[in-house]
Write a protein of this length. Structure first.
Length: 124
């Protein structure tokens, strides 16, 4: 008998400030705050139940991208219709555009969230 398919239910990112990182992703995605969020663990939920969590880690070290001195730890991809408009909005919210961008810059952009996690914007 084959195993049941897996359904992604949650993604959790380590960070130094869960409340601040949740606020960034709330503005970026429109997900709603989880009612039990606090300074140690904050979360956001989407209507279909997908949950993104942000947990406080003492001594958190910002990932280094593209280098691996401090590994990325996680990498999120977001599909957008307009790379320039999405990038501008996210930069205004506190994201940072690193100096190194992968090949295919006309279809993908790498940004860093306020805790330093790299994430991609991609065209459909």
């Amino acid at each position: 008998m084959p195993p049941p398919p897996l359904k992604l239910a949650a993604i959790t990112l380590d960070c130094a400030d869960p409340v601040a990182l949740a606020a960034f992703y709330r503005q970026a995605t429109g997900f709603e705050p989880h009612p039990k969020s606090d300074a140690e663990f904050s979360g956001l939920t989407r209507g279909d139940g997908l949950f993104i969590g942000f947990q406080r880690v003492d001594g958190y070290r910002t990932p280094q991208w593209p280098g691996q001195d401090v590994p990325q730890q996680i990498h999120l991809d977001f599909e957008v219709d307009d790379l320039d408009a999405a990038e501008a909005m996210l930069l205004e919210l506190g994201a940072v555009r690193p100096g190194h961008q992968p090949l295919g810059g006309d279809r993908v952009r790498v940004l860093l969230d306020p805790a330093g996690h790299p994430f991609c914007l991609t065209l459909p």
